[in-house]
Design a protein. Structure first.
Length: 140
């Protein structure tokens, strides 16, 4: 299974226990799904975790940097996707749709309502909890 994990999944996985944390940990441990990531997405994760002082109450800067280093070491980065016509309510999310389409992702895993409520849903956008359920069913 090939998936695009939105930056909010990686950020939430770094600062909270829950579905996002379990998904990221499962992937880091060699889980059975492939994460599709491009430099723009890695940059977004990096910016949020290292440039937002309010996150320091949840994650130390050194820990955030180590987390990002681990992700960047394990993921096979693909090229940033070509721009597409506006697809979602938030055009800043459209690169994720383009990334998922260009690399035949099965899902976009996100907590972002603009993606979860996007009309075309090709590939489908699902919540971390829904993706975790899929993983649990495939293990059973």
């Amino acid at each position: 299974m090939r998936v695009v994990l939105d930056a909010n999944v990686f950020v939430s996985g770094a600062i909270r226990k829950g579905a996002s944390f379990r998904i990221v940990q499962h992937w880091l441990a060699g889980g059975e799904f492939e994460v599709i990531m491009c430099p723009e997405l890695l940059g977004e994760i990096t910016d949020v975790l290292t440039e937002r002082p309010r996150l320091r109450k949840w994650i130390d800067l050194r820990v955030a940097s180590d987390y990002i280093d681990t992700i960047s070491t394990l993921v096979d980065l693909v090229a940033d996707p070509a721009p597409i016509d506006p697809a979602t309510r938030d055009v800043d999310d459209d690169y994720l749709v383009a990334l998922a389409c260009e690399h035949s992702a099965d899902f976009i895993v996100t907590g972002d309502k603009d993606l979860l409520e996007w009309e075309d849903q090709k590939p489908p956008a699902i919540t971390p909890a829904a993706f975790e359920e899929l993983l649990d069913r495939s293990d059973g």
